[in-house]
Design a protein around this ligand. Structure first.
Ligand code: FAD
Ligand code: NAD
Length: 530
């Protein structure tokens, strides 16, 4: 997927020393445990050297997700007097429920990845048979055990988020935050005067206007089901739909994956889209491209779904236990006093911010999904960290502007699809003259078991500079492999540097340093005959 051009975020030695108490790697990226900052949690604003006497807090964050907690924690570690408010803990997000850690920890990345791991064992068992293992009985998953352990772990992580912020010197309120004016926040019916406000309220799933949509659930619910469904319909062709369809399919659920387009994951490299979808088929997924749900109704204690295909007649599926609508998310900007305070919103309801995450109101800032930039956890964290540096960091801080260029992303489906930089289609528009290197192969592991399980590796190289401007991979562990190549792209790696890198053998990753001849060459945006 095209995520823009290159630019580096650097850290100065001064910033390094400012972050000594927390360790810069944790300051930048990690959750884990923090060291104690020099400031302890305090009761009164006067305790802070930085706090202006007329304010209760220097910095008040609404929302304790990836972006908000990062901003609050780094600000507190810089010595600011910080508070953050978050709703009470629950797996399902509503106007009154949420929980420290936010979407990523409680109803996103983390529970999703636990489910991916749970499903991976099924795949491993298929390969094991190819290696001579016999599995005399069909292995079964105790869903209640799994979901119980997941709930326990998420509760622990959520508590850790609160503890880490408090250890850094921040104060956590449990309650809904509301902006009263540009320097006043109300929580639990009490008003606080604050110098800077940060809105980090994230987003929530949206359902399309389908008849009977109230019978369908959203991602919050499917990550916390009490019982594993037998038959499911998953609607949507984006990240969440692809991931959830693969998860439930691997857990043995009869999964009907329904999407509007001919291929899933619009916006990603077309060759990768086609390849990943073909691989979903190899894994046995039932897919219904070019279909949309028209109606959901109750029938015989289950659900009946009517579909309206692009071509042909309407058709129905009955006996369905769960319908998941994974059709996008919207920013949470209503009923928190934004418009009354004069904060400008975009046409999709997201908060408009400048390069430092400042809104149209001087004292109000915003980070994360609510700003409709790139809705990913590491991006929200980067925005939060840069904001804290901008407001409270050293004067010469270079980490005050989030860099949204060349952001890697991965769809944790089976197989993974990971990308960084330009797709072939974006390169044709943007750089015009480039070379495409790609390779399709059966990974060694599957060559004794499932030869039709394939892997795709792909590079896009600027013909003139020879810089690698796009890296794509579809296959097992693509996320783990592409992360390193994302750093290489940021560092400006050329194709020649990859060519002279000695591979690690035998791996799928070595393919990236052994693709010698281009598959296609583009001149002036068009594929040229060689
Ligand atoms: C199913 C799913 C899977 C995902 N998987 C990945 C992944 O694998 N990798 C990845 O990088 N990203 C993933 N994401 C995206 C990622 O979760 C988000 O980009 C990230 O959580 C955004 O962080 P945030 O701080 O902007 O918002 P959030 O994490 O949503 O936090 C906002 C917080 O604000 C609170 N809040 C809202 N209103 C108020 C109020 N008025 N007062 C007090 N608190 C309030 C909410 O309760 C919430 O806790 C996934 C998302 C979903 C839904
Ligand atoms: N692995 C990850 O990093 C990860 C995982 C999950 C979510 N996320 C983040 O969360 C965001 C939201 O994910 P998402 O999957 O909900 O959104 P998305 O924008 O990725 O996909 C939404 C899908 O719903 C389809 N759709 C929209 N309206 C529809 C309708 N009326 N009928 C049928 N289909 C319809 C769209 O065509 C699209 O395929 C993503 O953009 C991503 O940034 C990231």
């Amino acid at each position: 997927m095209q995520r823009g051009k290159q630019d580096n975020v650097q850290i100065t030695p001064q910033e390094r020393s400012s972050c000594q108490a927390l360790s810069i790697s944790r300051c930048l990226f990690g959750l884990r445990t923090t060291g104690r900052s020099s400031r302890q949690p305090t009761g009164t604003p006067a305790d802070s050297a930085m706090t202006d006497q007329k304010y209760d807090y220097d910095f008040f964050v609404i929302g304790g997700g990836s972006g908000g907690v990062r901003a609050a924690r780094v600000a507190a570690q810089f010595g600011a007097k910080v508070a953050l408010c978050e709703l009470k803990l629950d797996a399902i997000s509503t106007d009154t429920t949420g929980g420290m850690g936010g979407t990523c920890v409680l109803r996103g990345c983390i529970p999703k990845k636990f489910m991916v791991y749970a499903g991976d064992f099924e795949d491993e068992m298929k390969d094991a048979k190819g290696y001579g293992w016999s599995i005399p009985q069909k292995p079964t998953l105790n869903w209640k055990t799994f979901i119980g352990k997941k709930r326990q772990e998420l509760e622990r992580l959520s508590g850790l988020y609160k503890k880490n912020l408090e250890s850094a010197g921040g104060h956590c309120f449990e309650g809904r935050g509301q902006i009263i004016d540009k320097h006043t926040i109300r929580v639990n019916e009490k008003d606080y005067k604050v110098k800077h406000i940060c809105v980090a309220t994230g987003g929530r799933p949206s359902k399309p206007p389908v008849e009977g949509k109230e019978l369908a659930v959203v991602s919050d619910h499917v990550l916390d089901l009490d019982d594993l469904p037998k038959k499911m319909v998953i609607v949507g062709g984006g990240y969440i739909a692809c991931e959830q369809a693969c998860i439930f399919h691997s857990l043995g659920v009869e999964t009907h994956f329904v999407f509007r387009q001919d291929y899933v994951l619009r916006g990603f490299d077309q060759e990768c889209r086609e390849f990943v979808q073909q691989q979903y088929g190899v894994h046995g997924m039932i897919m219904h491209p070019e279909n949309s749900p028209a109606k959901i109704e109750k029938a015989d204690g289950k659900l009946k779904v009517t579909f309206d295909p692009k071509k042909g007649d309407k058709w129905t599926l009955d006996g369905v236990d769960t319908v998941l609508m994974a059709t996008g998310r919207h920013p949470l900007t209503s009923n928190i006093g934004l418009e009354e305070a004069g904060v400008k919103l975009d046409e999709k309801g997201g908060i408009v911010v400048d390069k430092h995450s400042k809104t149209s109101v001087d004292s109000i800032w915003s980070v994360g999904d609510v700003t409709n930039r790139i809705p990913l956890t590491p991006v929200a964290r980067m925005e939060g960290m840069c904001l804290a540096h901008h407001l409270f960091g050293p004067k010469d801080s270079k980490t005050t502007t989030p860099d949204h260029d060349v952001v890697a992303s991965v769809v944790f489906s089976t197989p993974n699809m990971a990308s960084v930089g330009l797709s072939e289609e974006a390169a044709a528009q943007e750089i015009k003259d480039f070379e495409v290197f790609s390779s399709t192969f059966t990974p060694l592991k599957q060559s004794l078991s499932r030869k039709d399980v394939k892997c795709l590796t792909k590079l896009i190289v600027d013909s003139k500079s020879q810089k690698v401007v796009g890296v794509h991979m579809v296959g097992a562990e693509a996320a783990e492999i592409v992360q390193g190549l994302a750093a290489a792209i940021k560092a400006g790696i050329t194709k020649h540097m990859l060519d002279i890198t000695v591979g690690l053998h035998p791996t799928s990753a070595e393919e990236f340093v052994t693709m010698w001849a281009p598959k296609r060459v583009y001149k002036n945006g068009k594929e040229s005959k060689q």
